[in-house]
Design a protein around this ligand. Structure first.
Ligand SMILES: *Cc1c(COP(=O)(O)O)cnc(C)c1O
Length: 401
């Protein structure tokens, strides 16, 4: 989006503010579906946890997307947004048997990622189709915080437990209709992904009643200049070829599923915040904004680099800044960033603010969560109001003391 558009949206709705560009979400969705155009049955399940605003879910529904959910509340949000249960898959980790049964009762596809629950569920409900989440133990990406396929990961059923898995399925006579992996949030290398896919194909051969194979996500998007992004087109060509060959071998048509979050919404998002103070110290110049890790925690939580620009004065002389928040903790958004000269009152824009930004926001320091705006067809639509003092008191019980 243009700086001018963002500035005028900020002046209308105030700061801090999240703005999402509907067209970018659509472009990304189409890129992915085009890359797999040769697959007869393709299913994209948007990962709700990345950005769970109802209007964004509705937008994705319009495009034909399904949903990937990790909690019963996300399932309920999806149903509320108008998705039918058959368009939702539920891939939780470490949730109770009760919750899994409750989601199954809603008619949503269950994905189970441990043998204990699988055995219990299969024993009680052998007729309900279940997908199984496999951990292929592939280290995708370099950061152990986000590579969930490796040996120490809590996610998925280890590929080495296949004999036990098969025994449970045989003993319970349960119905396995899908097989799934999600190897991590940042797959840099298509070859690594294809390697993991081979493990999934090998596993799939053991199950005769599959309807789909779900390859999870892990698409990488660029955060800063020079970052690599997944070459979706090349990936599409290579995996399609392999998938079509596998279908032949398997002897029946299968659905190929993905569940991208970041890929669909990350680049569509802008986080706008105003500079409260420019503070020169003995070692740096701080730009302190009217926000903190209560609104955008990714830089502090796992070191992600969001590109920051001064949209109020984009053409000024560049200086080095350390951009920090107003929270009474260390909350540094970026160190030694080259940004066009900042004056107090300027609006900074943070890129890639669509995925895991608002959805991780909190009320720490008793601040309000920001408003959210969807930019669609040349219009700014408010899709979440800024919180008020009432929201801070909500659910608190005042007792007589
Ligand atoms: C979070 C998650 C995703 C989405 O990952 P992205 O990196 O945002 O694309 C997909 N599948 C599962 C099971 C997840 O937990």
């Amino acid at each position: 989006m243009e700086s001018q558009q963002l500035l005028s949206i900020e002046s209308e709705f105030g700061s801090p503010l999240y703005v999402y560009d509907a067209e970018k979400i659509e472009t990304q969705y189409n890129r992915l579906t085009n890359a797999f155009a040769k697959v007869e049955k393709l299913r994209i399940n948007y990962a709700v946890k990345a950005l769970s605003n109802i209007s964004v879910l509705k937008l994705l529904k319009q495009m034909g997307s399904g949903l990937d959910t990790v909690s019963i509340q996300e399932v309920q949000l999806g149903l509320h947004a108008g998705f039918t249960p058959d368009k939702i898959i539920y891939t939780p980790n470490g949730v109770s048997m009760d919750e899994i049964e409750a989601v199954a009762r809603l008619g949503v596809q269950i994905n189970i990622d441990n043998l204990s629950i699988l055995e219990q569920f299969g024993t009680k409900h052998p007729q309900i189709p279940v997908c199984i989440r496999i951990n292929p133990h592939v280290m995708a990406g370099g950061n152990s915080n986000i590579s969930v396929g490796h040996i120490d990961s809590k996610f998925g059923i280890s590929i080495h437990q296949l004999p036990h898995l098969l025994r449970i399925v045989e003993n319970t006579k349960m119905h396995i209709n899908g097989i799934h992996m999600h190897t991590g949030s940042d797959i840099l290398d298509i070859e690594v992904f294809l390697y993991a896919a081979e493990i999934l194909f090998d596993t799939a051969k053991h199950f005769k009643t599959l309807d789909f194979i779900d390859f999870g996500s892990g698409f990488k998007v660029p955060y800063k200049k020079g970052d690599i992004e997944t070459n979706v087109e090349e990936f599409g060509r290579k995996l399609t070829k392999r998938f079509l060959a596998f279908e032949k071998e398997y002897g029946r048509e299968l659905t190929l599923a993905f569940e991208p979050g970041k890929f669909l919404v990350s680049e569509a998002g802008y986080f706008l915040a105003k500079v409260n103070v420019v503070k020169q110290t003995t070692s740096t110049v701080f730009a302190g904004i009217d926000s903190g890790f209560n609104h955008l925690i990714r830089p502090m939580l796992y070191g992600s680099e969001h590109f920051i620009e001064n949209i109020s004065h984009p053409k000024g002389k560049e200086r080095f800044y350390t951009v920090v928040g107003y929270i009474c903790e260390t909350d540094t958004f970026g160190t030694n960033r080259r940004i066009s000269e900042i004056k107090e009152g300027d609006v900074l824009s943070f890129r890639n603010a669509g995925a895991y930004c608002f959805s991780m926001a909190s009320n720490y320091n008793s601040r309000y969560k920001p408003a959210e705006v969807l930019w669609k067809d040349g219009k700014a639509h408010l899709i979440r109001e800024r919180e008020t003092f009432e929201d801070l008191l909500k659910n608190q019980v005042e007792i007589e003391l």
